[in-house]
Write a protein that binds this ligand. Sequence first.
Ligand code: GDP
Length: 330
Amino acid sequence: MINEMTLADYIGRIRSGERAALAQAMTLVESLHPRHQALSTQLLDSIMPFTGKALRLGITGTPGAGKSTFLEAFGMLLISKGLKVAVIAVDPSSPVSGGSILGDKTRMTELARTDSAFIRPVPSSGHLGGASQRARELILLCEAANYDVVMVETVGVGQSETEVARMVDCFISLQIAGGGDELQGIKKGMMEMADLIIINKDDGENRPNVAITRHMYESALHILRRKYEEWQPQVLTCSAREKRGMEQIWQAIADFQRALSHSGRLGKVRQQQAIDWLQRQTEEEVLQQIFTQPDFDHYFHQTLQAVKDNKLSVRTGLQKIKEFLQLQYS
Ligand code: GDP
């Protein structure tokens, strides 16, 4: 187990690509135990100089879109090119259903058996902020362990998609063709976040529908404002099952990376992501500290009750809360 005495040794072992050491470091980073947290803070600080070199990809898609089949086919292509690949699966489902979407089946079995690949699920522990913070830290650990490409997978529901988009360089939405009227169902938010849209299952009798869907996405993308001046998001198709289209996808990702690196944008995006992350975490922390103060909690609930009983208007209630906070923090 990692402790103060063995920390430096572990960092050496992570750096030299020892998978067991990486897995243990990840477990340490995920632990909520205060002693482990102090140690993992030290660990993360020590590895910072070795981070930042991987290409960070986000992959989202509804359950059944073919994410794990795709990650396996695409991951194996990257490995055949001599790259080391890590997959971090952020599972948003647990707080709602108690079960998990990404972790409960045998996924990516071929990739999992390969020495050059590392797969790690991040179960969410109550609130999504926690899972996404851990996912960010796992990316850093993978980078310190010299993984070339880190793919963060998530399910295309709710906040988790946005969270993942905020921690990667290139955000990919994996879609499937519908019956032809799917444009109504297209989420504008997803299209604004995606750098690449990939329509999977381009095989057999799906092919005509995939072609129509591709065209619809392309038209929709052209009327949306671009996320980056340097990059027009592309729509590609593939068959993850037949392992077709993977090379073109890799080329498109390389084009994206080249365009954004050339202009210096990629570095700025990463800086901004780190700053935004700190800012959001700070806001959460400040709120938590205020709401856990017994005096405030009491006053707040008294005010809520007065509003509920129609004794105070919402405006006056808010004014009283503001005055209370001003007294406390002035
Ligand atoms: P996930 O839930 O998004 O991870 O989706 P899976 O990778 O588990 O795939 C869901 C189902 O779609 C499985 O039955 C796959 O075999 C199937 N599937 C995945 N990719 C393809 C594809 O390219 N073509 C076809 N026809 N089926 C696919």
